[in-house]
Write a protein that binds this ligand. Sequence first.
Ligand code: ATP
Ligand code: MG
Length: 317
Amino acid sequence: MITEDRTILELKPLENFVETDYVKNITHRAFHYIKAGFAVHFRGPAGTGKTTIAKHLANLLGQPLVMIHGDEELTTSNMIGGEYGFRSKTIIDNYIASVVKKEENFTKHWIDNRLTVACRYGFTLIYDEFTRSRPEANNVLLSILEEKMINLPISRGGEDPYLPVHENFAAIFTSNPEEYAGVYKTQDALRDRMVTIDLDFFDYETEVAITKAKSEVSIEEAIFIVNIVRALRDSGECEFSPTVRAAIMIAKTSKTMELLPTKDLAIFIAICQDILGSETSRVGSISKHLKTVKDLIKEIIEYQIKFFGNKNYQNAS
Ligand SMILES: Nc1ncnc2c1ncn2[C@@H]1O[C@H](COP(=O)(O)OP(=O)(O)OP(=O)(O)O)[C@@H](O)[C@H]1O
Ligand SMILES: [Mg+2]
């Protein structure tokens, strides 16, 4: 009997999920690592599709899903469970019939949290951005991944503290590189117990397909936008590389404003500068650096239109 069903997520197909050869290749490998009994870890910069691929993989595995989000404040107990609440009971005194005693019993009782639920019932666990939690909170994972055993506190109504992990349990982790702010180093022992797949920015075909699928712009418009984002990324001038998220945002905004094919180039450039500027710089407009990036974006767009633009973009040349 599962008591904590509110922690379980229903599997549902991902909206506008794009499955190019690049995506299929990663999913295929990850699926088989899991079938072979290993945990899988997607590691990579922001916006490289880690969480999306993890959810897609969970769908393929077909078991109910629980998700944990890494957090500095997360404790082991937040993951495995704890003792909560109290019971109250009414006692009727058999000797003196008129006496009814209400006895409040403050014994706490154990409630499984997400990790324990997943281990007990063989669900899929996605532990997103797990290196944002403090390493000691994650120690509980060591025996789960290696000995297939979860070590719970002893005083849980007499239940054995060593709970065997169900054979269908699967663990999928994601993390950002260690140099990101707010990220702890992965413990060696934990890294040793999972297969890490390093993700980088999407290949061209996938980036265009995602931009189109998520915004409903035409294929030509998606190509035009992705070319701008990739040229800026390849320039090496940004504090943070622009991601497919910026391409999606530019595409959606252009669609809403009916900007493409470029009707008002000045506005289109301003939108690209806002979106790409905010994604690639931490300090904003006070930064001299951002000014350079904004100039660069304008140059890139004008260059795109001049050399690669089709008739849709002629008015700007
Ligand atoms: N295969 C895909 N099909 C459709 N959209 C995708 C796909 N992969 C990623 N996306 C979209 O790209 C964007 C970034 O993906 P996602 O959030 O999975 O990246 P991430 O690596 O988890 O980023 P972060 O490190 O910032 O959490 C999202 O808007 C997501 O919907
Ligand atoms: Mg993510």
